[in-house]
Design a protein around this ligand. Structure first.
Ligand code: SAH
Length: 220
C-alpha cells in the first residue's frame, strides 16, 4: 500500500474515532508523520500507534494527537505553549492551527532533531527551547492555549496554570500512576478555573529539570 493510501486510511480511522474538526484533520493531512519517525519504524508512520524516538520517549499515537489538538479549540490568532516537544510532530500539527507555537523539551538531542525537522518543513512559526517545561515559558506568557504531552501528578504544574491567559485552555494528562491517567481540560474563566475530565490515556512521565543536567544548587 502506498504512503498516500496509508495516510487516508489513518485519517478515516481518526475521524471514526472522534476527530471531526476539519482544521485538525487538514493539519494531520498536511504534516508528513514519516518525517518525525525514526528510520526503523518508517513502515509504521501511518499506523495509529505511538513509536519510540530514543531516550525512552515516544512520538504520540495519532488519535491522541488529533483528539488533544481538537480539545484545545485553537484558532489561528492564538499563541500556544507545548510542553514535551519529543519528535516535534504535535508541535508541527499545532503550527498549522495556531499563529505561533512555543515548545519546550528537556532532552537536548530530541530538541535538536525536532528543530531540524521544523526547519526542513519550513514551519517558521514554531520556537523551541531546551528547558524544564513545568516552569512554562515566562517571557512569552500568557498563552491562550497550553498542551502538555507528558503525564504527571494529580494536579497541573502551578507555573503553567499561572501562564494561562484569561479565557485560556490547558489540556494535560493527569493521574498519579500510568495506568490511571486521563486527559484533563482546564479553562480560565472570570470566576476561576474550570476542570473537565476528557478520556483515559497513557503518556510517558513529565519529569523535572533538563535531562543529564541536574539543577545547580543556588548560591554555589
Ligand atoms: N509531543 C511529542 C511526544 C511527547 S513525548 C511528539 O509529538 O513527538 C513527551 C516528551 O516530554 C518527551 O520528549 C520528554 O522528554 C518530554 N518531557 C517530559 N518532562 C518534561 C519537562 N518537564 N519539560 C520539557 N519536556 C519534558
Amino acid at each position: 500500500m502506498s504512503t498516500a493510501a496509508r495516510k487516508i486510511r489513518l485519517l478515516m480511522l481518526l475521524r471514526r474515532n472522534g476527530v471531526t474538526d476539519v482544521h485538525v484533520l487538514r493539519a494531520l493531512e498536511l504534516i508528513p508523520r514519516e518525517a518525525f519517525v525514526p528510520g526503523p519504524f518508517q513502515d509504521q508512520a501511518y499506523e495509529d500507534t505511538a513509536l519510540p524516538i530514543g531516550h525512552g520517549q515516544t512520538i504520540s499515537q495519532p488519535l491522541v494527537v488529533g483528539l488533544m489538538s481538537q480539545a484545545l479549540e485553537i484558532t489561528d490568532r492564538m499563541k500556544v505553549l507545548e510542553v514535551g516537544t519529543g519528535s516535534g510532530y504535535q508541535a508541527a500539527i499545532l503550527s498549522k492551527l495556531a499563529r505561533r507555537v512555543y515548545t519546550v523539551e528537556r532532552h537536548r538531542p530530541l530538541l535538536q532533531e525536532a528543530e531540524a525537522r521544523f526547519h526542513q518543513l519550513r514551519l517558521h512559526n514554531i520556537t523551541a527551547r531546551l528547558a524544564d517545561g513545568m516552569k512554562g515559558w515566562p517571557e512569552a506568557a500568557p498563552f491562550e492555549r497550553i498542551l502538555v504531552t507528558a503525564g504527571g501528578g494529580a494536579e497541573p504544574p502551578p507555573d503553567l496554570l499561572a501562564q494561562l491567559a484569561p479565557g485560556g485552555v490547558m489540556v494535560i494528562p493527569l493521574g498519579a500512576d500510568r495506568r490511571g491517567q486521563s486527559v484533563v481540560r482546564f479553562r480560565r474563566t472570570d470566576t476561576g478555573i474550570d476542570r473537565e475530565e476528557l478520556w483515559p490515556v497513557r503518556f510517558v512521565p513529565l519529569l523535572p529539570d533538563i535531562a543529564g543536567e541536574p539543577a545547580r544548587a543556588s548560591g554555589g
